[in-house]
Ligand binder design. Structure first.
Ligand code: 13P
Length: 250
């Protein structure tokens, strides 16, 4: 039985004082869950969040990183830097980074490898556009992304990767994939992993759904056979709403 992993992606929201207040309100609301709880926060909030989650079951992740450990890359943050302050997770290849900042499967693959070299756990995002879905290409797109993004990893590394299936048309739009469609897409990803890395890896790897997850639809989505939790944007900005998603099974 795979565990459920529920991660909030704050995107470019929350000042440090707001982040601290959020955690103070949130920690009590999720302290009894057996689900894994992660907050992926802006770089500027990371250290404050790490200090404030000490002694709780909340884990902290970044939303992006460079693949090099250091160098002349103005404005970038390295995996080594994230690790040095105690960050555990990092989102890689979010569709917003792919579409606004020219992230490609090649850069995603470099970053995933570098995350493992630095003992960070990557949350790798894949997903199709509306046009691709309407052309019947969704499965081909996401399985190709998975193959390229995870290329060259060991079985053990793939087992320790979290994958987030986020159909681009469902992000921030209020349109959620039906639980059946989301589950089928995630089954296709799992099947691709089975073909490349074998049954043990396919059965163990955590695959989340993301795209307009809210407390009102979390239970239906997370109760399916293959969806192992969620990557939550907008609804993770409110600690009460996000705690209801984390506690979807209560
Ligand atoms: P929303 O939950 O706001 O649709 O965002 C999803 C997402 O992009 C999480 O990474």
């Amino acid at each position: 039985m795979r565990r459920k992993v529920i991660a909030g992606n704050w995107k470019m929201n929350m000042l440090p004082n707001e982040a601290i207040e959020y955690i103070q309100n949130f920690e009590n609301l999720v302290k009894d869950t057996k689900n894994e709880v992660i907050l992926c926060v802006p770089y500027i909030d990371l250290f404050y969040c790490l200090m404030n989650v000490q002694g709780t079951n909340i884990k902290i992740g970044a939303q992006n990183m460079h693949w090099e450990d250091n160098g002349a890359y103005t404005g970038e943050i390295s995996p080594k830097m994230l690790k040095s302050i105690g960050v555990e997770y990092v989102i890689i290849g979010h569709s917003e980074r792919r579409s606004y900042y020219a992230e490609t499967d090649e850069t995603v693959n470099k970053k995933v490898k570098s995350a493992f070299e630095n003992d960070l756990k990557p949350i790798v995002c894949v997903g199709e556009t509306l046009e691709q879905r309407e052309r019947g290409e969704a499965e081909k797109i996401i399985t190709t992304q998975i193959r390229l993004d995870l290329e060259g990893l060991t079985k053990e590394q793939v087992k320790n990767t979290i994958i987030a299936y986020e159909p681009i048309w469902a992000i921030g739009t209020g349109k959620t994939a039906t639980s059946e469609d989301a589950n089928n897409a995630i089954k296709a990803i799992r099947n691709e992993i089975l073909k490349i890395y074998g049954e043990d890896v396919a059965n163990s790897v955590i695959i989340q759904y993301g795209g307009s997850v809210k407390s009102s639809n979390a239970k239906e989505l997370f109760a399916t056979s293959d969806i192992d939790g969620g990557l939550v944007g907008g609804a993770s900005l409110n600690p009460i709403e996000f705690s209801k998603i984390v506690n979807y099974d209560k």
